[in-house]
Design a binder for this molecule. Sequence first.
Ligand SMILES: *Cc1c(COP(=O)(O)O)cnc(C)c1O
Length: 398
Amino acid sequence: MQNEQKRFESLCIHDQNKEYTTLPHQLPIYATSSFEFSSIDEGIDIFSGNKEGHVYSRYGNPTIDTVAAKIASLESFGTDTDSFALLTSSGMSAISTLSIALFEPGDALLTQENLYGGTTELFEKILKRYGVEVYYADLGNKSELESKIKKYKNIKGIYIESPTNPTLACVDLEIIAKIAIENKVHTIIDNTFPTPYLQRPFSFGIDFIIHSTTKYLNGHGNSISGIIIARSSEHKNEIWKAQKLLGTNCNAFDAWLLNNGLKTLQLRMDRHCQNAMALAKFLNAHNKITTVHYLGLQDNPYHELAKRQMSDFGGMLSFEIDGNLEDARNFMNKIKFCTLAPTLGDVDTLVVHPASMSHLNIPKEIRERNGISDTLVRISVGIENINDIIEDITQALR
Ligand SMILES: *Cc1c(COP(=O)(O)O)cnc(C)c1O
C-alpha cells in the first residue's frame, strides 16, 4: 500500500506490512473474526475445502486449531487412530454439540446415574425435549449393560464417566467398548478427571472423548473451554457442521491460556497424584474420617481396575467425616490454606461439599444411592507442598 496517497483516517484503519516478521516462538493469539483471500479463486477454494485455510473464526482459527490438534495428539498417543478434535466454548458445549451431531429424535442414549451434575441435567432437560431418550444402567455391570442394549433397540450411544465425581467409581472401558462395537453403538467418555496423561480411552476402543479443558488441561483456573475428540475422521463433517451452526467454538484467548497450561500437564499431574496419594493415606489413618475414596488405596473397590486402565490414580479424592451435616459445615468453614471453590484440577487445593454445592440439584435419594452423603467432602489436591495441605486439613478437622 502506498501510504503517501492515502488519507489520515484510512491510515488509522489499514495495517501496514501484513507479512510482519519471522515466525513467532510462541503461539500467537489470532484475534480476528475473519481471514483475507488474495483472490476470488482462493476464496472459493478455501470455502469449498479444496485448499487448507481459514475463513471465519466460528469455523476455525489458527490459535484454536493448533491447541485442538495438540490435545488430539495426546489422546491418540500410542494408538494408530486418525483422530480429529474441535475446541468448544466449555465442557458442556462439547457434550451438547457432540450429542446434537450424533443423535436424532427417536434415538436413545444409555448412561450412568452418577454423571457430572450438569451432564445429567442437559440430558434430562434439553436432549429429552428434542426427542432423544435417556436410559440409565450400572455400566460396570456387563449383563445389565447387555440386556439394556437388547431391550432398547434405539440406543445409539453409551455415555461414560470414569472415574466419576466425587466418589471415583470406575467402569471397565474395554468391556463397554467391546459390547458397543458388537452392537454398533457409539461410545462417548468424559475424560476430564484422568486427562490423557493418566487414561487414554481410544486405546480401549472408545469412539469419542470430551473434556472440560477448564479443569486439569488448563490447570490454572483462568479459562473456560472444552473439547470433542473423535477417534476417526468419519464423523468429522457432522460434528464440525453442528459446531459451526450452534456457534459453540472456543475463543482464541481461552485456547491460548489452555495451551500454556498444557505445556506442564505431565509435571502437574505427577505432583497431583503424588500429593493425593499422601493425603489419602493420611486421611485413611485419621480417627475423625470414616471413609476415604481414593483409587490408589489398596482397599478401594476400583483399585485393580484403575491400575489396569490408568497409569496413576489422579488428583481427586473424597472422604466422609464421622459426624453430621453440621460437622461437615464446620470443617468447610475452618479451611484456611486450601480454597473453597466449585471447580477442580487447578494448581491449588480446592475443597467442595458436594451435597450442598455441586450436587445440590440432584435428588437426595439418587445422591445417597451414589455415595454422596451429607458429610462427604471432595478435594482436588493441588501441587503445593503436601505438608501445607495436610496441616490445613488437620487443623480444620480439629
Ligand atoms: C466441569 C466439568 C464438566 C463441565 O465443564 P465446563 O467447562 O464447566 O462446561 C463436565 N464434566 C466434568 C467431569 C467436569 O468436571
